[in-house]
Write a protein that binds this ligand. Structure first.
Ligand code: AMP
Ligand code: ZN
Length: 434
């Protein structure tokens, strides 16, 4: 057990900025030396006239071009591997919307280190070895299962590797083994809350749940509040991506005022996605990450496509690693309707702030440029009168128009009638391009 149970590696988590930045530079230099043997990076260094040994500051990295998901696919399966094959301990993949998956390799040290970062995250939310952690994320190629499992084992809490699905079994495990902490996607958290309601189980009274790590897809502050109320627990935002170890890249601490990015492991930049230039501190842009503590497959200036902003100033918890705001969406999630740029999260924010609205929604684009928002009613909101339904439909459409500057068609549907997934939710269906 660490001396202070809220810190796993207190020294490095609270390292003074100059020392933290010196550590970043040292690890970045090591990383550059490591990837020099990868032809893809060697080519980039040559083209940019970049000599790793001349790097004098972390900012010097900006002379190199970005690495993208397309680069990973083009170099599939192992073109970006930086160690001999026999040093690889594990493979994870992440599938995007098109074509081949992105393949990511981990050495023994990489797996262990990813687990250490997660142990930091568990500790800073107050999880201890007395907790029972039910990991409701998919085990397999997706990192959300295995990596989180390894992190929890570092802490020494009891892990129930339930994986996703059947809710009946999840509930049985929670009841019989006293689960206190769960790991879920926001959409599955809602689905599970509905299931409990139908079963007549009141999580506030009948279960021991205290905390949920919620991530893998973007969700708003309003959604977070709804999950907390429905399940009777504290939600902590958990952010990560396979390309950078999986979960545990950034996590909320007990103050829940932004997500600390482990800067001794990742160099972070926030750029304007259109120009590639850094945005001003506090402005929203695309998160770009460089892994500086990876052996098997470090990535330089990787464009995550995730949109966020830096929170200036120090956090009350004492950690010196900077914080980002919750991810508001992906730069490639944006769709355009009648010339207006729209992010699904703008729609979610409006919907989740309305008590009459339930938990699931779907955005459909069809015809020439028609936007339809299908949304479930909250069960007690509908009294059976069609007139009231139309009134509410208009009210939702008006609120959305005020936010988006485009008036969508709104379809209110019965609670539980829209599709749910245990993995990442698919919120936007664009039939315009079919
Ligand atoms: P994967 O590599 O398949 O685990 O997917 C990683 C992607 O999931 C990230 O790049 C984000 O787009 C999304 N994601 C993961 N965690 C979060 C989170 N807490 N908030 C928003 N998006 C997330
Ligand atoms: Zn903090």
């Amino acid at each position: 057990m660490p001396a202070n149970p809220m810190f796993w590696q207190k020294e490095v988590e609270t390292l003074e900025r100059p020392a933290l930045e010196a550590l970043q530079l040292q690890r970045l230099q090591e990383t550059l030396r490591r990837v020099e043997r990868v032809p893809f990076y060697r080519g980039k260094f040559l083209a940019a006239g970049f000599k790793p040994e001349e790097l004098k500051s972390v900012d010097g990295l900006r002379r190199l071009p970005f690495t993208t998901a397309a680069d990973l696919r083009e170099n599939y399966p192992d073109g970006l591997l930086a160690v001999p094959r026999e040093e690889v301990l594990r493979l994870h993949t992440s599938s995007g919307t098109t074509g081949k998956p992105k393949a990511l390799f981990f050495s023994r040290r990489d797996v262990d280190n990813a687990a250490e970062l997660l142990a930091r995250a568990f500790c800073m939310t107050g999880v201890t070895r007395r907790d029972v952690f039910q990991n409701m994320m998919s085990y397999g190629l997706f990192t959300g299962g295995l990596m989180m499992h390894y992190g929890a084992e570092k802490i020494g809490c009891m892990v129930i590797p339930s994986g996703p699905g059947p809710s009946e079994r999840q509930l049985l495990l929670m009841q019989d083994f006293g689960t206190t902490v769960i790991h879920v996607t926001p959409s599955y958290a809602f689905y599970f809350a509905d299931f409990l309601e139908k079963k007549g189980v009141d999580p506030h009274k009948d279960l021991s749940l205290r905390k949920a790590f919620v991530g893998a897809e973007p969700y708003t502050q309003e959604t977070c509040g709804k999950i907390e109320a429905a399940l009777g627990l504290d939600v902590y935002n958990s952010y990560g991506l396979t390309e950078m170890n999986g979960p545990g890249v950034a996590f909320e601490c007990e103050h829940k005022s932004g997500l600390h990015v482990w800067e001794d492991n990742f160099v972070l930049e926030i750029i304007n996605p259109a120009t590639g230039d850094p945005v001003k501190e506090g402005e929203t842009g695309e998160l770009v990450l460089t892994s500086i503590n990876r052996e098997a497959m470090p990535l330089l200036r990787y464009r995550t496509r995730d949109l966020t902003s830096l929170i200036p100033g120090a956090c009350a918890c004492g950690r010196t690693h900077r914080r980002i705001r919750r991810i508001t969406g992906r730069s490639d999630d944006m769709f355009i309707v009648r010339g207006v740029n729209i992010f699904p999260q703008q729609i979610e924010r409006v919907l989740m702030a309305m008590p009459q609205i339930g938990r699931n929604y779907l955005i459909q684009l069809d015809g020439l440029d028609d936007l339809t928002v299908k949304v479930e009613l909250s069960p007690p909101a509908f009294d059976g009168q069609v007139g009231h339904l139309e009134e509410l439909q208009n009210q939702v459409a008006e609120k959305l128009r005020a936010e988006l500057w485009v008036r969508p068609k709104v379809d209110l549907v019965a609670a539980g009638s829209l599709p749910v997934t245990e993995g990442k939710a698919k919120r936007v269906i664009d039939k315009r391009s079919l």
